[in-house]
Write a new protein. Structure first.
Lengths: 170, 550, 95
């Protein structure tokens, strides 16, 4: 089950292919990074949305330029304390201009959701029962002001202060 | 001093509400300890031997009197009437109940204090020179930059799950009173040849199992680029720092394994690629100026005070002794910096009772423009005292056991809580500190400046690697065993100490330290402090003195 | 002849962090003399019993430790556990 950044739950419409599985034409599928690296040309012309599952130790710089080919990129948090995917997300969104859906998979927990949204994630693989029971969507609303710029382009506290000072000066 | 605006206050309120809910979910069984541990650590809450321990951040070691009263209130109401100041300019409470922590943090939020990121694998407290803003040898006050970095680093979404903790220090003085080289990232404020302000950026310092001194990544980063540059340094660490081994995951290990050249290349490459993000992180002059206005020096009265002071010095030798060691020159005429010793022999290093805190808050209001500092040596500072008021201050401090004239001397020991309190410890440290302080107090003036640092385990919270004499408490065959190093230093000539002999049991530590000091006294030339003599004569005479004694 | 060594289970109480010992039958006590002592061969079962129960578990990180018995007194083998049982060896003396 997926949780979206807007707080709604929905089933996952994508099929996540094992390396030896073949997709149906037009089907929305994700493939592993390994598979894509082995045969990138094979996937270029297919019909149907294509997604990629990127391991968290792939440097964004090495993958980034190719990111725009995918409609979905799934990043991984093998344990929630392993924060490499935050940097991957930030750079895929910012530096490499990825406009598709950015999804967090793996050990995704309620108290990291807001950090993830700020780094550019759109959707999250969650245990729906737990997520509903513990009101995970509320986590997106726990803060509404932030000090530092991030991938969500929210106006920082500093910028708001600057506007306030300018207004006061006028 | 920085005063919170509505944004800062709201942020803290939201944080307290978030944490309160996390505690509720933990106590209700919705969060496992594994899931909760990271969350509570990100608010400074540890579970120690006897109770929970709460660590509260004191950004760059500066407190207002209102904040100090707030800390005293926490000690009285929710702890056992005291707090413990640490080697990172924080305060810890050692007898905390989990169920009280949301209320404690709510109370501290009313005085702009919190436990955010005092633990966990993210940015820790931003530390600096305890004499910031009042020392004659600084370029300018580093604390406005400290506050800028603190805000930038607060709940940073990309860097909240680093491989390990990340400690940032700032210094703007020619002396190093902040132990810059033992931090993950150091910012030395300086001017380039054109006189422009910027920072030397050092990365990769740290103690613990593998002590390493930080190295310079860039000699000069223009001031307005510093947040962007730090981001590049962090990003390289977040991606490439080791996550497979807890003891190898600090940035110092990454810098060591890549080599400084390669680490620098990675940082510069990342920095060059940042593009528009650099603009987002730009720190223009007007923003810095606005922050500096918050730290504007007080309006010092026109005063001299020398006559009163000299009279008291002549009349009272005890006062004169206290002035000699505990009072430092101030950049404003007629004023002085007063170091408050929390090291009376017999007390626990760094501990301060609620009553003492309240007294210090009152004295800060009357005599120091409402400001007080914490040093990384676990002492406190009243940074703006008129010379004419020093005698009265000494009397008030003396009545509260806060005027021991030992700053920089042998009984001014840095000591972690050790195995009496800490679940990481392998040996007790406090009894060793007591034994040494009591033993050495009698001759500490004759010895002169001497920095003894004691850690109760290899994590080195007592900074033993950089003590003139460092003591590390280990365990050997079920008994406490103390390894002694000498020749360390945490100032501008930072150095790591060398092991001087086999580890000794607790009852031999004082005598062993005595022999090392005797050796120093025997060999020293006029003006040499312990590390100078050590560098000149080497380890051999010290080793021999211990060997002969055995 | 060395004292016989037993095992018991200790942890910290969830809501206040206090040192507690497993007394068996779902009971946790701050008094070490009330702890359930077993021989080595039964220690794994004791730990499992101590860890059982629905969340929230009253003890954080239940762990087996070694102790000896000195008459009525239960004396942990390691100094660390003796300090946990008896409190800090030097306490803050007020001021």
């Amino acid at each position: 089950m997926l949780l979206d950044r807007n707080g709604s739950f929905r089933p996952d419409p994508w099929r996540h292919l094992a390396d030896d599985e073949v997709p149906a034409s037009g089907e929305a599928v994700t493939i592993t990074f390994k598979r894509w690296q082995a045969e990138p040309e094979h996937w270029v012309d297919r019909t149907g949305p294509l997604g990629l599952r990127l391991p968290n130790d792939v440097p964004p710089a090495s993958f980034g330029p190719a990111a725009t080919r995918f409609a979905l990129i799934v990043l991984n948090f093998p344990r929630f304390i392993d924060g490499r995917a935050y940097t991957q997300a930030r750079l895929l969104r910012g530096r490499f201009g990825f406009k598709g859906e950015l999804r967090a998979g793996g050990n995704v927990l309620r108290d990291q959701l807001l950090f993830m949204v700020r780094c550019g994630f759109d959707s999250f693989e969650v245990d729906a029962e737990r997520a509903r029971a513990e009101d995970w969507p509320q986590a997106f609303r726990e803060f509404d002001q932030f000090y530092q710029p991030a991938a969500d382009h929210r106006e920082t506290i500093l910028r708001q202060r600057l506007r306030g000072w300018q207004a006061a000066a006028e | 001093m920085y005063r919170y605006d509505e944004f800062d206050r709201k942020f803290l309120e939201e944080r307290v509400a978030q944490y309160r809910d996390q505690v509720r979910r933990r106590l209700a069984g919705q969060l496992s300890e594994d899931e909760f541990r990271s969350l509570r650590l990100m608010n400074g809450l540890y579970l120690q031997l006897h109770a929970y321990m709460l660590r509260i951040s004191i950004p760059y070691g500066t407190l207002s009197s209102a904040q100090l009263r707030g800390l005293a209130h926490v000690a009285r109401r929710w702890d056992k009437g005291y707090g413990h100041f640490t080697t990172r300019q924080n305060i810890q409470y050692h007898w905390i109940r989990l169920e009280d922590t949301p209320d404690i943090l709510a109370h501290l939020a009313t005085v702009q204090l919190h436990g955010i990121q005092t633990s966990g694998n993210s940015f820790r407290n931003i530390t600096t020179d305890p004499f910031a803003g009042v020392a004659a040898d600084e370029i300018e006050d580093p604390r406005p930059y400290g506050e800028i970095v603190r805000q930038w680093s607060a709940l940073h979404p990309e860097f909240s799950f680093l491989p390990r903790k990340f400690k940032i220090v700032l210094n703007a003085a020619s002396d190093d009173r902040a132990a810059v080289k033992i931090h993950d990232l150091g910012l030395n404020l300086r001017r380039n040849e054109k006189g422009e302000l910027g920072f030397e950026v050092l990365v990769g310092g740290g103690l613990g199992r593998t002590p390493i001194l930080a190295q310079t990544v860039r000699d000069f980063v223009p001031r307005r680029e510093v947040l962007a540059y730090i981001t590049a340094c962090l990003r390289v660490y977040n991606q490439y720092g080791r996550r497979d081994n807890l003891f190898k995951s600090r940035v110092k290990i990454l810098v060591q394994s890549l080599g400084i050249e390669k680490y620098r290349q990675e940082v510069e490459a990342e920095y060059a690629a940042m593009g528009a993000e650099r603009d987002e992180l730009d720190l223009p002059d007007d923003v810095v100026a606005a922050m500096q206005a918050q730290f504007a020096p007080p309006s010092y009265p026109d005063t001299n005070g020398d006559a009163e002071l000299n009279q008291a010095l002549a009349a009272e030798p005890d006062f004169a002794r206290w002035v000699k060691y505990n009072v430092k020159p101030h950049k404003a005429v007629g004023h002085a910096i007063v170091v408050i010793s929390l090291k009376q022999p017999g007390r626990i290093t760094g501990d301060c009772s609620a009553s003492q805190m309240e007294l210090l808050a009152e004295l800060a209001d009357r005599l120091s423009f409402g400001e007080i500092r914490i040093t990384h040596d676990q002492n406190m500072v009243l940074p703006h005292v008129r010379k004419a008021a020093l005698y009265d201050l000494w009397l008030r401090l003396g009545a509260a056991d806060l005027a021991t004239p030992n700053i920089g001397l042998a009984s001014d020991i840095i000591c972690c809580p050790g195995m009496d309190y800490c679940s990481l410890a392998t040996a007790r440290s406090i009894p060793i500190s007591h034994a040494l302080a009591t033993n050495l107090a009698k001759r500490e003036e004759e010895i002169g400046p001497l920095q003894i640092k004691i850690s109760g385990c290899i994590n080195a919270c007592g900074h033993h690697h950089v003590g003139h004499i460092g003591i590390l408490g280990l365990e050997k065959n079920g008994a406490e065993s103390y390894q002694i190093t000498i020749g360390g230093s945490d100032n501008a000539q930072a150095a790591l100490g060398g092991i001087v002999g086999p580890a000794v049991p607790a009852h031999e530590v004082a005598a062993t330290v005595d022999r090392l000091i005797d050796t120093y006294l025997r060999f020293r030339r006029p003006g040499e402090q312990f590390p100078d003599t050590y560098r000149r004569v080497g380890l051999a005479p010290f080793k021999e003195a211990l060997y002969v004694a055995r | 002849m060395s004292d016989p060594v037993f095992k018991l289970v200790t942890g910290n109480r969830l809501h206040d962090g206090k040192v507690i010992y497993f007394a068996g039958a779902g009971i946790w006590t701050p008094t070490i003399a009330e702890a359930r002592l077993v021989e080595e061969r039964d220690s794994a079962a004791l730990l499992a019993e101590a860890q059982a129960g629905p969340p929230p578990h009253p003890a954080v990180a239940p762990t087996l430790i070694e102790t000896t018995r000195d008459g009525e007194r239960v004396v942990p083998v390691t100094l660390r556990e003796r300090i946990r049982a008896g409190g800090p060896t030097i306490t803050y003396s007020g001021g």
